[in-house]
Design a protein around this ligand. Structure first.
Ligand SMILES: Cc1cc2nc3c(=O)[nH]c(=O)nc-3n(C[C@H](O)[C@H](O)[C@H](O)COP(=O)(O)OP(=O)(O)OC[C@H]3O[C@@H](n4cnc5c(N)ncnc54)[C@H](O)[C@@H]3O)c2cc1C
Length: 439
């Protein structure tokens, strides 16, 4: 059986950062990914742009708080011309290439098209993962493991306790299939750089680049069609964004509710229902919205996106108040500046609780540590928290920062022969300082 110091399962930004961080510390690292490319939601779900990763100082300047490997990725994207002139939309094909190159540079072994199906646990320690790919179905051994599957697959397969969604009914935020329309006359649209304006000057505005019609209130017409039963999609408005390519518009606007993202039958139904919603929205735009007369349904993402699914029951569970109060934990390993953003699991509406301008909350290391196994760290959107808190830290920059910290923590644990829960936080903070990561 092949043997690694560290096996990272899931090649999203979280997993990539975890793998690079440990490899840079001299560990023999394997990264497993079910698709043929890295990037996770950014490339498999077409998620774009990166949600805010800066905070505003007193002079109004923006300072990054998700730094380290995330900053390196941004730098490389910029150098390749991978950002749109709005500085938000990025080219996910460049992102795939950047991540490939980083894996080679830092000596991470990558296995693509490899699905992690299970683990072998002995005396409270994972000794191997079971994978399935074109080579076959086999075990790969490791001393340490990081679960960056987004769905806590590894933790669940290893018998670690977890929970799903809202406390009262276990319902998760809706799933969304992102899609793109081509041949759009985008001169008939304009971009507004704030998504959800806040009346309160002490609260940050969400910066993103939503598109609106020049001469038509698309959302009013959409709502009228919904009321008349002509639109079945329960989402309250049309959410569309600028794309890197001229004439292409990106939609994050389908909404599949009351389906479980980690139930294979539910996900299959969700994929089909979402494709129907994408087609419904395409016809609505083409037939009724100026600029879309000659549009075509160009592509949908490789998979429907889950905002939320399993979350481990860790050594600390982050609650909404920790986000709103901007709690600074002693064992903090990452910062976050994105507020609570809950797309209603019931259908209509989005609940927002922003955090004050210039403030940030922190992610405690204990929330990355599952119960029952001693050599597993979990990072990304599936760490230990309640539904409302997860709705804040789940965005890509924060997940990437968590991944880097998880990789460094695993390196320390490997060097010290320590259980994941006993990693020396002082040492971890020193390593985070070494790599310019804020915590
Ligand atoms: C529709 C939607 C819109 C969003 N909008 C934004 C936005 O605008 N900006 C923003 O910053 N964030 C946004 N988010 C949130 C963000 O994209 C995710 O929460 C974040 O990317 C999670 O990172 P992750 O690394 O934990 O998981 P992921 O990015 O999902 O990465 C997990 C990786 O693991 C792989 N994997 C999973 N299971 C296995 C397995 N068993 N074996 C092998 N590989 C496996 C997957 O293929 C994937 O590559 C959005 C999310 C969704 C769904």
């Amino acid at each position: 059986m092949e043997q690694y110091d560290l096996i990272v399962s899931g090649g999203g930004l979280t997993g990539c950062a975890a793998a690079i961080a440990a490899a840079r510390e001299g560990k023999k690292v394997l990264l497993l990914e079910q698709y043929g490319f890295l990037g996770g939601a950014a490339t498999t779900i077409f998620v774009n742009p990166f949600m805010p990763y800066t905070i505003q100082d007193e002079e109004g300047n923006q300072t990054p708080i998700n730094t380290g490997i995330f900053s390196e990725i941004l730098k490389q994207l910029r150098e390749m011309g991978g950002f749109h002139k709005n500085e938000l939309t990025f080219n996910e094909e460049y992102l795939k290439l950047i991540l490939d190159r980083m894996m080679r540079k830092y000596g991470v072994t990558v296995l693509f098209h490899t699905f992690v199906t299970g683990t072998k646990v002995e005396n409270g320690k994972i000794v191997s993962v079971h994978v399935a790919n074109k080579t076959g179905s086999y075990d790969i051994g490791g001393d340490y493991f990081i679960d960056t599957t987004g769905d806590a697959d590894l933790a669940a397969r290893s018998g670690c306790p977890y929970h799903l969604g809202r406390e009262n009914d276990q319902m998760c935020q809706p799933m969304t299939l992102c899609f793109r329309l081509g041949n759009v006359d985008t001169s008939k649209l304009h971009e507004i750089k704030t998504h959800i304006p806040s009346d309160n000057p002490n609260f940050k505005q969400r910066e993103t680049a939503m598109l609106h019609g020049n001469h038509i209130d698309i959302n009013a017409l959409y709502k009228k069609f919904q009321d008349e039963g002509k639109i079945k999609n329960p989402r309250e408005d049309v959410l569309m964004f600028t794309h890197m390519a001229d004439g292409v518009v990106h939609f994050n606007s389908t909404r599949i509710i009351k389906r479980c993202p980690v139930d294979a039958s539910d996900v299959s139904e969700a994929e089909m229902d979402a494709r129907e919603q994408a087609y419904e929205l395409y016809l609505f735009m083409k037939e009724h919205v100026e600029g879309f007369e000659n549009s075509m349904l160009l592509s949908s993402a490789p998979q429907i996106g889950a905002r939320e699914s399993r979350m481990i029951n860790g050594h600390y569970t982050i609650v909404q108040q920790d986000i709103i109060d901007c709690t600074k934990f002693e064992d903090s390993i990452a910062r976050g500046a994105y507020g609570v953003d809950i797309h209603s699991p019931d259908g209509k509406g989005t609940t927002i609780h922003d955090i004050p301008v210039g403030e940030y909350y922190t992610i405690p290391y204990r929330a990355l540590i599952p119960q029952k196994v001693s050599n597993l760290i979990v990072a990304g959107r599936c760490i230990s928290s309640v539904h409302e808190a997860q709705a804040a830290y789940r965005v890509m920059p924060i997940c990437c920062s968590m991944g880097e910290a998880a990789g460094l923590a695993a390196s320390i644990a490997l060097a010290d022969g320590a259980e994941a829960k006993d990693v020396d936080i002082q040492k971890l903070h020193k390593l985070l300082d070494k790599y310019d990561c804020l915590y």
